[in-house]
Write a protein that binds this ligand. Structure first.
Ligand code: ADP
Length: 258
């Protein structure tokens, strides 16, 4: 990883870098992006893992097509699940969704710390954390307590999402965590029948915002039914259609981060 992101992950044995993927609000594709980025890092030949800390809707089990509970391998240690060459741990494996949603900030932090420290991650070049959306207390404390090398912000080009993303950027800057860059998701829609491109949520807003703030712009992912379908079916594009255009876009973004 480039010098702009120094590793602070020394506290997690064997894990070289921890990268948070954040968004100002839900539904912008943060989990889909986190999943495909982790797979993108793996496609680059890196040892990658993903920690799903999105208590409001843990999506990584579905995205990776994983079910069941992680195996306990010691009095306090869990073995991460593994799929497509990526190690996966999700809050969704550990608690019922409805329970986690009503947790207070302190419980969220404690659960995430536990998933960082009491999971046998083994040797990893990079661990991607799919953060809960938003910029509240929980996210801020997490940004301070989790040993992050940097943060990636996912936003749609829509004004509202951008305003929320701006708050996310400010939050990480406040606690001196390097912003590795901004990704514009659902950037435009290409009609599969006539190939007409429609910028449903506008286009280029995230790039402009990144430029304005002197933050790297990492690239864009279009709104495409294939991404939605493969995500729902537990067959993320980078793993199952590595030669496809979207897989290449995600891998390119992973390279830009690294
Ligand atoms: P978040 O983690 O920000 O809440 P998700 O990753 O869960 O968002 O995505 C929300 C929904 O949008 C999911 O159904 C997902 O499949 C879909 N989605 C995300 N990105 C895209 C995209 N680029 N094209 C089409 N559908 C997408």
């Amino acid at each position: 990883m480039q010098a702009r992101a120094t590793s602070k992950a020394a506290g997690i044995p064997g894990v070289k870098h921890v990268i948070a993927v954040a968004s100002g609000k839900g539904g912008v594709g943060k989990s889909t992006t986190s999943c495909n980025l982790a797979l993108g890092f793996a496609a680059m030949g890196l040892k990658a893992g993903i920690l799903d800390a999105d208590i409001y809707g843990p999506s990584q089990p579905r995205l990776f097509g994983l079910r069941g509970k992680p195996r306990q391998i010691g009095p306090r240690m869990l073995e991460p699940m593994e799929r497509f060459g990526v190690k996966v741990m999700s809050i969704g494996f550990l608690v019922e969704e409805d329970n986690a949603m009503i947790w207070r900030g302190a419980m969220v932090i404690s659960a995430i710390t536990q998933m960082l420290r009491e999971v046998a991650w083994g040797d990893l070049d990079v661990l991607v954390i799919d953060l809960p959306p938003g910029t509240g207390d929980a996210q801020l404390t997490m940004a301070q307590q989790v040993p992050l090398s940097g943060a990636v912000i996912v936003s749609t080009p829509q004004d509202l999402a951008l305003i929320d993303a701006r708050r996310g950027i400010a939050m990480f800057q406040k606690v001196n965590i390097p912003i590795l860059g901004v990704i514009e998701n659902m950037s435009s829609f290409c009609c599969p029948t006539c190939n007409h491109v429609t910028p449903i949520f506008g286009h280029g807003g995230a790039r402009l915002e990144a430029e304005r703030r002197g933050i790297p712009y990492l690239g864009e992912i279009p709104l495409d039914i294939k991404i939605r379908e493969t995500s729902d079916e537990g067959r993320p594009v980078v793993a199952t259609e590595p030669d496809g255009v979207h897989a290449r876009q995600f891998v390119e973004i992973a390279r830009a981060i690294w």
